[in-house]
Design a protein around this ligand. Sequence first.
Ligand code: PLP
Length: 410
Amino acid sequence: MSSVPSKPLATRERLSEVRYEIRGELARRARELEAQGRKLIKLNIGNPGAFGFRAPDHLQHAIADDMDRTDPYTHQQGLPAAREAVAAYYARRNMPHAHPDRVFIGNGVSELIDLSLRALLNPGDEVLVPSPDYPLWSAATILNDGRPVYYQCDASNGFQPDPSEIETLVSSRTRAIVLINPNNPTGATYSRELLQRIVVIAAKHRLLLLVDEIYDQILYDGARFEPLAPLAGDVPCITFSGLSKVHRACGWRVGWALLSGATELITPLHQAMDLLGALRLCANVPGQYAVDAALNGPDTITALCTPGGRLYETRRAVIEACQASEHLQLVAPAGALYAFPAIVGDAARQFDDYRFALDLMETEGVLVVPGSSFNVPYRHHFRVTLMPEAASMREVFSRIDRALSRHAEA
Ligand code: PLP
């Protein structure tokens, strides 16, 4: 028998630059506490199913009805019927180039973010990423040998990006601008004027626009959502969305990417993505049968986001709790499934968001995500999902306030 090596296996070095705290150390500690019998309220993951939301019946039926056709691999870009449904949905929204050939179906938007950056980047290339960001964007940039360069979206400015700042960050290595609209974690939505200014920058510097619109229909209080691609026209753009959030089917792992922009500009990227898609054969097939039902069936999300609806009422409870607290300040989320409050006043003294999150879990049984997990240069925010019932959220915020009062007095 050969001897067992004494040194652990080395792993990819650049992983040390990557964090995904939403499912990181705090989540691991939460499982430990739960194994000891502690009851926790976990607000770390945007997982609708974990909060009692179900994928709409007509989506479930669509999969069940076609289950006996789901065993073969599909084309690497996805099932034709799913791609046609995506193209038709975006054509109704005036997307340029909304053709099934330009659609990729993936195992969630997550896979397509990675695949598109893998297709795009060479070592040392830079990607302009919002800060805060959904951390997969930074991680996928780094793991595909790129470098995220952050543009700031600060609470003092309603978490809006500043196009002039974005332009100052463009270098000879910049390849793309990432936008997340509506935003995770801030809930900000972007106006047509703002997006138009960003398109001008992309056109001027020949950059690809990567727009994550996975929360495109989750909007509150009359907030408007502007899709980017119709404004981008011939400027190369990839629009990402999927079934996970609006359709509450995140476990099915279905996302899509629509490539737009002038054919001669986007074709090399299209071919590269097609090759990478072929190497992984195809996306999970059963879920693809729900895409047409989701995009061409009845609207099931608006009722949840308007007065009386579950998400609306929970968001209202969070806004009211933050208004009533001397320790918290919140830019009310216009869309998406999260709130990103700031700690202010005495409680903000020497505040460390990670230590606070750990203490909150240990003492009050509430798991939140520290703001610094979203690649921000400050440590006085945290993120919660808006998915529990409003009453449960009121309880959560009274516990948060209690923990912050202790911190303010310390
Ligand atoms: N993009 C954003 C902004 C998200 O918030 C998430 C999940 O929370 C994803 C992408 C990943 O979505 P999917 O379930 O489609 O992989």
